[in-house]
Design a protein around this ligand. Structure first.
Ligand code: SF4
Length: 555
């Protein structure tokens, strides 16, 4: 096993015996084999596009499968055996279709297909797949320069983050063929070595497409649920049995709320689901009573105290403790072999949450964790409504700097930095945030500047799109030449692959002096890091004092 996908890789190098996230070596091997097979599938998908053949279900399948390998999504070996065999079957069928077309046109494939495009299994067998996957891990791909691994993996992890965003859009029925085109092109591209410049260009394109995917998800969410409005969210508990919904999937939450109306069950959000409270469509549900707990890494403690039933909808799953193992369900691409899974919705129908609701009725009400309120809902429309006031405050020096603290939360104690940073920023600084890193400081009372809250929370990590679009609009109002000429600093907290898309989207926009913490990615090897430092002045985090001093002068 060798995995350095995420910020919690062992010693910031790699998990090599078992994953800190709970991923065991056999599962890591199945992830590696699936990615390998998907690269081969994409080789043919790229060729098929040259012949104007596009198979929508194949594109969706590829995105869903890649997303399943994102950190903390799916830990169910059987699911990966299914995905690997389906990928090979789809690839073989597409290859056959292409061969027939070439034959009819009296031409043949010029290229030697990569080995990933011709790999076959003898039988669908978990043990054999695990053994095969060991040959296709990060360090073992044939004929490669060792220095190249990090560069290639950086692109693959960015594409995994992109695939996650594509999947979230797909749930709401939104798609963009450009995103699928790039996903296949990048996977195919990764099967051979390229120059550092070429792979950097692909990573930048991944950032560009990632921001487009976040924009599509913003459109999907706002057209489905309305535009978020600033909302105070309660974090205390009521006295009825309850269901806790964790993850990004607002459609799951909406359907569950519909099905729990009148049952006497309260529903709470957890982690990234908290944003639902700010969407108009969710305000009609009186049984959506509050947010329980904080970011994903605290779930073992918080789920145990919740007492009720828990539904995990997207990436954030940890191995369940015995205290709540009987009460947790997964859905979507999320899975763990010992946890019951709510099946996908059939066309034009809602998911069936009856089993979960019946179980929830037997539970005790949640145990109180906190009694504060948190405020969020500064989506794009709400931010734009504040734009003139913010522009005036910047022009009058009432606001000296906007600090964007966005991204993921995680277990490392170094992440206290983000709380201390929010506390220590001068009173004339405003914080823009999104993603779970907000749980490090969203309970602080940071006050206002001329009636503008000093903490503006857009929502989920994908709502980074709202932050960037707002800042670009503010840039025009201030007649600034680009984002670097604005009084804005970016301080990104990463954990998993979607945040890498945020990082590359900033580089693609030419943003300099981005801080990335709490540690730099282990797969950013020396060459890539040197290039990113020279081109974009990428930085790790330092002490709070040193970083504030530097950010205030635009460094
Ligand atoms: Fe380790 Fe992260 Fe990979 Fe899990 S996803 S095995 S924690 S590097």
């Amino acid at each position: 096993m060798f995995c350095y996908h995420c910020q919690e890789a062992k010693k910031n190098k790699a998990c090599d015996t078992t994953g800190i996230c709970g991923k065991k070596a056999p599962l890591s091997s199945l992830h590696d084999l699936l990615v390998y097979v998907l690269k081969g599938l994409s080789f043919y998908a790229v060729k098929a596009r040259e012949k104007n053949i596009v198979q929508p279900r194949l594109d969706q399948f590829t995105a869903e499968s890649l997303y399943a390998t994102v950190t903390n999504v799916n830990f169910d070996n059987a699911e990966f055996v299914r995905l690997i065999s389906e990928a090979v079957q789809r690839r073989n069928a597409l290859c056959q279709q292409l061969l027939e077309i070439y034959k009819q046109q009296d031409s043949t494939f010029e290229e030697n297909p990569p080995k990933a495009a011709v790999w076959q299994y003898a039988s669908i067998d978990e043990a054999a797949f695990i053994k095969q996957g060991e040959e296709f891990g990060v360090l073992s791909l044939e004929g490669e320069n060792k220095d190249y691994h990090g560069l290639r993996e950086s692109l693959i992890y960015g594409v995994k983050g992109l695939a996650a965003l594509i999947e979230h859009c797909l749930v709401l029925g939104y798609e963009d063929h450009n995103l699928y085109d790039f996903m296949h092109y990048a996977l195919d591209f990764s099967t051979i070595e390229h120059s550092l410049d070429d792979i950097l260009a692909m990573n930048l394109q991944c950032g560009e497409l990632g921001l487009k995917a976040m924009g599509l998800l913003d459109k999907a969410n706002t057209e489905t649920f309305g535009h978020p409005v600033p909302t105070k969210i309660h974090t205390d508990v009521w006295d009825k049995p309850a269901i806790l919904v964790s993850g990004h999937d607002l459609q799951d939450l909406a359907e569950l709320l519909e099905q729990t109306v009148g049952t006497g069950i309260d529903v709470y959000t957890h982690g990234e689901a908290v944003v639902a409270h700010a969407y108009p469509k969710f305000k009609k549900f009186f049984n959506l009573v509050g947010n329980y707990g904080g970011a994903w890494q605290d779930q073992k403690n918080q789920f145990a105290k919740f007492n009720g039933t828990i539904l995990v909808t997207t990436n954030s799953l940890q191995q369940a403790k015995k205290t709540y193992q009987e009460k947790i369900f997964t859905t979507g691409m999320v899975g763990w072999d010992a946890i019951p899974h709510i099946e996908a919705r059939k066309s034009q129908q809602s998911k069936n949450f009856a089993e979960l609701i019946e179980q929830a009725k037997q539970n005790s009400p949640p145990t109180l964790l906190t009694e504060t309120t948190i405020t969020m809902g500064y989506g794009l429309q709400s931010l734009l409504a504040l734009k003139d006031d913010i522009a005036s405050a910047i022009q009058s020096d009432a606001i000296k700097r906007i600090i964007v603290i966005a991204g993921c939360d995680g277990r490392h104690k170094e992440r206290r930095y983000y709380t201390q940073l929010a506390e220590a920023l001068p009173q004339d600084c405003v914080i823009l945030t999104c993603g779970e890193t907000k749980y490090r400081f969203n309970n602080l009372d940071l006050g206002e500047i001329n009636g503008i809250p000093r903490l503006l929370d857009a929502g989920q990590s994908n709502d980074f799109y709202a932050l960037i679009t707002f800042l670009q609009s503010l840039q025009k109002s201030l007649d600034a030449t680009d984002l670097n000429a604005m009084p804005v600093s970016f301080n990104i907290a990463w954990y998993e692959q979607k945040t890498l898309v945020i990082l590359w989207s900033l580089f693609n926009l030419g943003v300099k002096n981005v801080r990335l913490g709490p540690t730099l990615p282990p797969f950013f090897n020396a060459d890539l890091l040197k290039m990113l430092t020279e081109k974009f002045a990428l930085k790790g985090i330092d002490t709070v004092e040193a970083d504030i001093e530097a950010m205030l002068v635009g460094e």
